[in-house]
Design a protein around this ligand. Structure first.
Ligand code: PMP
Length: 452
């Protein structure tokens, strides 16, 4: 067997930097997910449009986009100019500025369920505030999560179904375990989990726990789990059950918001949540988030009600960036441009795989999608376990060597930005890399088999 030509990617500077960085920064990085091993952790010099350059000057077409925020592309001049205007305002004052209302008005116009709006700094903070709000409003402590969902790094959200260690043949539910050490076991009793798209299980859960639940949290397109998507009837049933049992429905649109549609995934599904959380795309990378929802619920944010605030909320730079990002997403065809690019990319990947007889499918939305090596995409996190992600896992590393950055973990979708759609070379370069990565992965698998 002759191996396909191995691309040479020089990572000398990143590797040397890692050796220094690890002496001061745990794992040499600022977020554990950015650590890709001693040899492969890269450091970014800059990003522009849909591309990133590392400090060795390797150039990548980037489909991680910071896990979704760069909806228009890195360093968008329109947004950066707005951020400069925000800088001239002066930062934070522990007082409010007029622009908060302008941005809130825009959000309410785009997403009708966002009757009232509060600003936060990150997705984690927004979801924390949403859950506290739901508890304050209902007077209940428990809450329901969907297996495979991710809502940020705070204790209440760090409970998951241990699908990786679950035996699908066991006829038992996966164990509920914390994501992380340091999450108090005493909190476990408050967190309940259901598998996505299983209406019978959802109904049974509400029958058993409905009267104790403050909220059900759902990401209808799971932005951290292969873009597995909820069926419309499942979310609509969840809405009915929430109404019946007095539970607040929180749709976490931290990844889908202002990306899959102007009105988010809730608009696509025709479901009106009580509370929504937004972050990522709304600021094109500037740190800003939102918790928004029903007026009567949101007015629980008051002294004597649910606490909310924070030194940096509605920071003048992020707020101005969000104002311009949302204007562009609302008033220009940016979302159509990036979704059309995603559709073309999927079609191209499909042609490459079909030509080699490789069974595959896609999940999610053209603007954020998962690639699967199975005839149907999984419809819940348990089904992901039985899909063959080993092909993806190998292919992803080859793609990095070939100048395309995707998340090496198949649970993270590929993200599109407007700049990809305006970059005439992005698609042909990506598809050439995918074709070669597929060949290299096939070679790896054949070599593994031969060695057995
Ligand atoms: N909710 C969802 C759906 C997310 O995807 C994320 C981040 N990936 C978060 C919450 C947490 O957001 P952040 O990383 O900004 O705290």
């Amino acid at each position: 067997m002759t191996p396909p030509t191995k691309p040479i990617r020089d990572l000398t500077k990143s590797r040397a930097h890692w050796q220094k960085a690890v002496q001061r920064l745990p794992l040499g990085v600022a977020s554990t997910f950015r650590y890709w091993g001693e040899e492969r952790t890269i450091y970014v010099a800059r990003g522009q449009g849909g591309r990133t350059w590392d400090i060795d000057d390797n150039e990548y077409v980037d489909y991680r986009l910071g896990y979704g925020p760069a909806i228009l592309g890195y360093g968008d001049p329109r947004v950066d100019a707005a951020a400069m205007r925000g800088m001239q305002v002066g930062g934070v004052f522990a007082l409010s500025t007029e622009r908060e209302l302008a941005v809130a008005d825009r959000i309410a116009r785009m997403v009708p369920a966002a009757e009232l709006v509060r600003f936060s700094n990150s997705g984690t903070e927004a979801v924390m505030a949403a859950l506290r709000l739901a508890r304050a409003f209902t007077g209940r402590d428990s809450y329901l999560l969907v297996e495979g969902g991710y809502h940020g790094l705070f204790d209440a959200a760090l409970w998951m179904a241990d699908v990786a260690r679950w035996d699908p043949a066991s006829n038992r539910d996966p164990e509920v375990v914390p994501y992380s050490k340091g999450v108090p076991q005493t909190l476990k009793a408050l967190a309940h989990l259901v598998p996505m798209n299983d209406t019978a299980r959802l109904e049974a859960m509400f029958r058993a726990q409905g009267n104790t639940l403050a909220a059900m949290l759902i990401e209808p397109i799971m932005g951290n789990c292969c873009a597995i998507s909820a069926r419309r009837d499942y979310v609509q049933r969840a809405r009915e059950l929430c109404d019946h049992y007095g539970v607040l429905l929180i749709i976490d649109e931290v990844k889908t918001g202002f990306r899959v549609a102007k009105g988010g995934v809730q608009g696509l599904l025709g479901v009106r949540p009580d509370i929504t959380t937004f972050a990522k795309a709304m600021g094109n990378g500037y740190p800003i988030a939102v918790v928004a929802g029903r007026a009567d619920v949101m007015r629980t944010f008051r002294s004597g009600g649910a606490a909310h605030g924070g030194t940096y909320t509605a920071h003048s730079v992020s707020l101005a960036a969000a104002e311009e990002t949302l204007r562009i997403l609302d008033e220009t065809p940016a979302l159509d441009t990036l979704a059309a690019y995603g559709a073309r990319l999927k079609a191209g990947i499909s042609d490459i795989l079909t030509a080699r007889g490789i069974v595959h499918s896609f999940s999610g939305h053209d603007s954020m999608f998962g690639v699967f090596f199975a005839a149907e995409p999984p419809d819940n996190y348990r089904a992901w376990k039985t899909s063959d992600y080993s092909f993806y896992d190998r292919m992803a590393w080859h793609l990095h060597d070939l100048g395309v950055i995707v998340e090496p973990d198949s649970r993270e979708p590929w993200f599109m930005c407007e700049a990809h759609g305006h970059d005439p070379l992005a698609l042909p370069q990506t598809l050439a890399a995918v074709e070669q990565a597929v060949e290299m992965t096939l070679f790896d698998f054949a070599a593994d088999k031969a060695a057995q």
